[in-house]
Design a protein around this ligand. Structure first.
Ligand code: DC
Length: 223
């Protein structure tokens, strides 16, 4: 069974997907982390994250690996552990920028499909239900009001002791959603056969239960 979870930034996709995958004993694949890794590679190479030509020059040499360890899932960029680094706020927009470039998407989509080929997965991102796993048995479009999403992201940053300003977080989120929704190739969009889950007034447990229930209805999963 393949479960696709898409939605805008800060909707809770990774927290929810990780928990659902854990409950079902499925593999969790965070596709945002892959775009973040390419964004980091571009920033470190000092290239323009919006330049198709400059990105085409480095994309062939980028190697991304995911490993499941006792400390959770780890992401590697050319053999280097970048799990923490890719979460830095300045990498978010770089990821959104490189994600516009078709050559970047094609490379990452190939990797995503390969990972999902032989196993049950919960995959989260922006284009999983509409493009990467069009045949997913369960598709969820997870969203929440922009104020709620900004508040959650702000709290997350504060917990990590990062300097954060709620208005700046909100503005960045709106900019990134626009960039992700308006690109030509595989934009952020709810698939026609996706179930819309608005989490504005739901807590994490409720959202997880709802998705597990939907999964159970789709297939006789033992919970
Ligand atoms: O989910 P996230 O915030 O970690 O994703 C970072 C960026 O990567 C997001 O702004 C857009 C891009 N992305 C994408 O274009 N397609 C995906 N399937 C996942 C992420």
């Amino acid at each position: 069974m393949k479960i696709a979870i898409d939605g805008p930034a800060g909707a809770g996709k990774s927290t929810i997907s990780k928990a659902v995958a854990g409950e079902l004993n499925y593999l969790y694949i965070d596709t945002g982390a892959m775009y973040r890794s390419v964004g980091l590679a571009a920033v470190e190479a000092g290239i323009n994250t919006r330049s198709e030509t400059e990105l085409a020059g480095i994309i062939g040499d980028i190697l991304i690996d995911i490993k499941n360890t006792e400390d959770g899932q780890k992401y590697y960029l050319n053999g280097r552990d970048v799990t923490q680094k890719i979460r830095e706020p300045q990498i978010s927009m770089a990821a959104s920028d490189v994600a516009v470039i078709p050559a970047v998407r094609l490379k990452l989509v190939e990797l995503q499909r390969k990972l999902a080929e032989k196993t049950d997965v919960v995959m989260d991102g922006r284009d999983i239900g509409t493009y990467v796993l069009r045949d997913a048995e369960l598709k969820i479009f997870l969203t929440a009001s922009v104020d709620e999403r900004a508040r959650r992201r702000y709290n997350e940053l504060r917990q990590k002791n990062s300097e954060a300003d709620l208005d700046a977080v909100r503005a960045e989120m709106i900019k990134r959603d626009k960039n992700d929704s308006e690109r030509e190739f595989a934009p952020l969009r709810q698939a026609e056969d996706a179930v819309l889950v608005d989490t504005t007034n739901m807590d994490i447990g409720e959202v997880i239960d709802k998705i597990l229930q939907l999964a159970k209805e789709k297939k006789n999963v033992t919970l």
